[in-house]
Design a protein around this ligand. Structure first.
Ligand code: COA
Length: 156
């Protein structure tokens, strides 16, 4: 994985918005207002992966005490299966660990098979099925993982 990871800067906003629109179907992709709302949440953290001077992916998380939540993880289609999602998640989990988070959770659409495979590969397990979670029509899996210091090598 030869992409560099760095924290989000406000000037990245439009590129993140466009990437999110490409990654998700209409109705599931965030509006500018919703994306900004998540980025501004108390406890929010956003990391970007850059490759060849372009944003290849990003992850947004939020922390509430010892609970961490993955709000979104987006990798550009042309950059997938190259370890970028894995690298973003590893760095986000490491930062969560450092700030005292012990349990991570997320929601993902039950028909998003690549994402379900990705989360399972990284130790996330289904806790519940949330009926009609997306657009009042599409079910989601709530997936969780306990963080442990040993499982979170920081990528330097
Ligand atoms: C899900 C997503 C973030 C994965 O990002 P990525 O950079 O391609 O993931 P990685 O290359 O780090 O993949 C790590 C592992 O996850 C699993 N995986 C990832 N994509 C997969 C796919 N399409 N099919 C099956 N398994 C997959 C594999 O085990 C993979 O390891 P391998 O390539 O050695 O087989 C990316 O597909 C994406 O952005 N999708 C659109 C947005 C989305 O659905 N986000 C998550 C929703 S919560």
């Amino acid at each position: 994985m030869d992409a560099g990871i760095r924290p989000y800067k406000p000037e990245d906003f439009e590129a993140l918005y466009r990437l999110d629109q490409q990654c998700y179907a209409p109705g599931i992709a965030y509006s500018r207002r919703t994306l900004k709302w998540y980025l501004d949440l108390e406890g929010a953290d956003c990391l970007l992966a850059e490759r060849d001077d372009a944003i290849a992916g990003f992850i947004v998380t939020a922390r509430d005490g010892n609970l961490g939540h993955i709000i979104t993880l987006d990798v550009a289609e042309a950059q997938r299966r190259r370890g970028i999602g894995t690298a973003l998640l590893a760095e986000a989990e490491a930062r969560m660990m450092e700030s005292g988070v012990r349990r991570m959770s997320l929601e993902t659409a039950t028909d998003n098979l690549p994402a379900v495979a990705f989360w399972q590969r990284h130790g996330y397990r289904t806790d519940a099925v949330l009926k009609n979670y997306y657009s009042d029509t599409l079910d989601a899996y709530e997936m969780c993982k306990m963080l442990s210091a040993k499982a979170q090598p920081r990528q330097t």
